[in-house]
Design a protein around this ligand. Structure first.
Ligand SMILES: [Zn+2]
Length: 327
């Protein structure tokens, strides 16, 4: 990500220096302008607030040094200050107060990762403007009104391990390293399962007893077929050398297996009591779209690379949950 430095906050809008950089504070601008226009405005107008970074999913501008003190989180009269301007780096996301877009989340995650590493800030010190004083400003609005969504976003933007480089994968597979390493890096704990990214056909099997579909590579598919699962055929082909781990989780209550390439989602499910079964295969992030559907009657999650099947399941009452990953 390129961080642009061709704009600077108006000299009347902040205090130079003095910031101990202990916290990262996430805001939304609350309006429709993009990062360029926001940076222009902050440079050309004197008004009593400021920030360090502004991003819109495409561009990111830094308009103050991290160690400058922005006027961003001050409490209003009657509210008690919990996190001060001179302790925090403020990031504005150009958003009208609704959920951040995928591109904004990704860019925010990259910037937060850079700042956490640069200043030795841990995930507990990544906060909303909402958290900075007892007046609880509704900023960023969507994530102030939806604490669960904030927890999910925070897990995502403070996690470094979702994208694993091809070199790391090659080394991990050669060394027989298991998923535990990746999970530990993400600050959680989960049972050990093997990582493999040698690709190959992914098989779909069905368990008539539980009404569950499972997707797995050849070895496990063969074993499941012997133990009574019905082989339904090849669902898609996983790429050799894929870099996006696909996590599998299991709900012992409903008997449902679920796959996701979204680490934050996997971690949320794990925390909600699903068992973590590891990474049966990897996705490339660029291949064929694999769609996820949910059956509100049986509680089963289903994946299909066929748009026709997706459409017919949706017509039959399944809920379409979007593209789970690109094989
Ligand atoms: Zn704010």
């Amino acid at each position: 990500m390129e961080i642009k430095h061709d704009h600077h906050a108006h000299s009347g809008n902040y205090s130079p220096g003095g910031n101990s950089c202990q916290y990262i504070v996430v805001h939304n601008t609350g309006g429709p302008s993009g990062a360029y226009n926001e940076a222009e405005y902050a440079q050309n107008n004197q008004h009593p607030n400021s920030y360090h970074y502004v991003l819109d999913g495409t561009d990111c501008y830094q308009i103050l040094d991290d160690t400058d003190t922005a006027w961003a989180v001050g409490a209003w009269a009657g509210a008690r200050q919990l996190i001060r301007n001179n302790q925090s780096i403020s990031i504005e996301v150009c958003s009208d107060g609704t959920e951040f877009t995928g591109a904004e989340k990704e860019q925010l995650r990259e910037l937060v990762g850079i700042l956490m590493e640069r200043h030795g800030i841990d995930a507990d010190h990544v906060v909303r403007h909402y958290d900075c004083h007892t007046g609880h400003k509704l900023c960023p609005q969507y994530y102030s009104l939806n604490p669960d969504a904030w927890e999910e976003l925070k897990a995502y933007i403070t996690t470094e391990g979702e994208e694993v480089s091809p070199e790391e994968i090659t080394a991990a597979v050669a060394a027989g390293i298991n998923m535990q390493e990746y999970v530990q890096r993400c600050g959680s704990s989960a049972p050990i399962a093997q990582v493999r990214n040698d690709g190959g056909e992914v098989y779909r099997l069905y368990n008539e007893g539980s009404g569950d579909h499972i997707f797995t590579t050849k070895d496990e598919a063969d074993a499941l077929a012997k133990s009574g699962w019905e082989m339904e055929g090849i669902a898609w082909t996983a790429p050799a050398g894929g870099t996006k781990p696909v996590y599998r989780l299991y709900n012992a209550g409903s008997g449902d297996h679920m796959l996701t390439a979204n680490y934050a989602e996997a971690n949320e499910l794990y925390k909600a009591g699903w068992s973590y079964e590891g990474v049966p295969f990897f996705a490339s992030g660029e291949g064929q779209a694999v769609h996820r559907l949910y059956n509100p009657n049986g509680g089963d999650h289903m994946l299909t690379a066929s748009e026709a099947e997706r459409d017919s399941l949706e017509a039959a009452g399944w809920t379409y949950e979007g593209v789970a990953f690109n094989a």
